[in-house]
Design a binder for this molecule. Structure first.
Ligand code: KIV
Ligand code: ZN
Length: 392
């Protein structure tokens, strides 16, 4: 199978920062951007330059300091936005302006109070203006906001027109996270098959997670021919968040039989990036979050622990090392068996004769029936208790 590159567009610093309650300083944004560069993302959406002086400053600094990823600013299809975005980006190495306008009837009627024809004209003008103000130096990405609820025939017309005007990436956002996977697949496939000049641009998707389907929808879009996905670290973002980068990237890595693409992400940087974003944004990661949650590589039940200790693949479909973690975590708790307990003692350098080991295990099980997680110190106390009894 000939694999094509899937471009990873990270919007942690733009859509991710729109997470209610999150407010990153410029320095924090630069720190995250440098880590995203190490992670190997293709595009970093550094902010929405016109939205605040701090966003402008962050985009400007990131454009200057990041060399190996394209740096991007969001801009409405409005002259002032586009000029400000270019001002912030112009000292960068590889830069992109991401312009957008809503195309669904509900957004056109209630938000923009604009006709379909007018929105199409504005989209084309914005794409041309980016090329003019940047003298062709900025890449042009166009997003049809709320594309998931846009009349399909009209969406084809808009995409054809913006590609004709020079857009090199056309992004199809499921702005409100309304799509379901097979429907989303059909929509992307229809775009690939019905927009006459679609091969002159990269088709991108941007999925929100309101129904918990953002990762599934992004992956279905890849199957239908999308070659850029927009996502955030830990899936942070507006409302229920955006598609989580770590989930998309690892699904593609773990199931190459399903996706004819590769990414340039250094997956060993995933855990570190996830921790950094969580610490700086203050958005905690659920223990059961796929890939990066505390429990993602933890095994508690005795049967699972035994299996993993004998052969990791029994209950692990990816290695913790793949995301930059040292090893799986054997969590001792009420479901743990002798095998894991013995292994834990070995790790702690504790040797016990068989009879003592049996007694220590009995006490451990008794404690675990009352206490959720058993820490090393609990085991030390059990052993000390046993030792103390020996001396009496
Ligand atoms: O969700 C959305 O539609 C967006 C666009 C600006 C791409 O974030
Ligand atoms: Zn969004």
């Amino acid at each position: 199978m000939e694999r094509e590159k899937l471009f990873i567009f990270d919007t942690t610093l733009r859509d991710g920062e729109q997470t209610p309650g999150v407010n990153l300083t410029v320095d924090e944004k630069v720190q995250i951007a440098k880590q995203l560069e190490k992670l190997g993302v293709d595009v970093i959406e550094a902010g929405f330059a016109i939205s605040s002086p701090a966003d402008f400053e962050a985009v400007k600094r990131i454009a200057k300091e990041v060399k190996n990823s394209t740096v991007c600013s969001l801009a409405r299809a409005v002259e002032a936005d586009i000029k400000t975005a270019w001002e912030a980006l112009k000292e960068g190495n590889r830069v992109r302006i991401h312009t957008f306008i809503a195309t669904s009837d509900i957004h056109l009627k209630y938000k923009l109070k604009m006709s379909r024809d007018e929105a199409l004209k504005r989209a084309v003008e914005a794409v041309k203006l980016i090329q003019d103000v940047s003298e062709g130096k900025a890449e042009v990405e166009f997003s049809a906001e709320d594309a998931g609820r846009t009349d399909l025939k009209y969406l084809f017309e808009v995409l054809e027109a913006v590609i004709e005007a020079g857009a090199k990436v056309v992004n199809i956002p499921d702005t409100v996270g309304y799509a379901v996977p097979d429907e989303w697949y059909e929509r992307i496939l229809a775009i690939k098959e019905n927009v006459p000049n679609i091969d002159k641009a990269i088709v991108s998707v941007h999925c929100h997670n309101d129904l918990g389907l953002a990762t599934a929808n992004s992956l279905m879009a890849v199957k239908a021919g999308a070659r850029q996905v927009e996502c955030t670290i830990n899936g942070i973002g507006e409302r229920a968040g955006n598609a989580a980068m770590e989930e998309i990237v690892m699904a593609i890595k773990v199931r190459p039989d399903q996706f004819p693409v590769y990414t340039d992400i250094d997956t060993k940087q995933i855990y570190k990036t996830s921790q950094l974003v969580s610490r700086l944004t203050g958005v905690l990661i659920s223990r059961t979050k796929p890939i990066v949650g505390d429990n993602a590589f933890a095994h508690e039940s005795g049967i699972h622990q035994h299996g993993v200790l004998e052969c990791r693949e029994t209950y692990e479909i990816m290695k913790p090392e793949d995301i930059g973690l040292k090893e799986s975590k054997i969590v001792l708790g009420k479901h743990s068996g002798r095998h894991a307990f013995r292994k834990k003692l070995e790790e702690m350098g504790i040797e016990l004769e068989e009879e003592k080991l049996e007694e220590a295990f009995r006490r451990f099980k008794e404690l675990a029936s009352r206490k959720k997680e058993i820490y090393d110190v609990d085991i030390e106390l059990i052993i000390e208790g046993l030792e103390g009894e020996k001396k009496e």
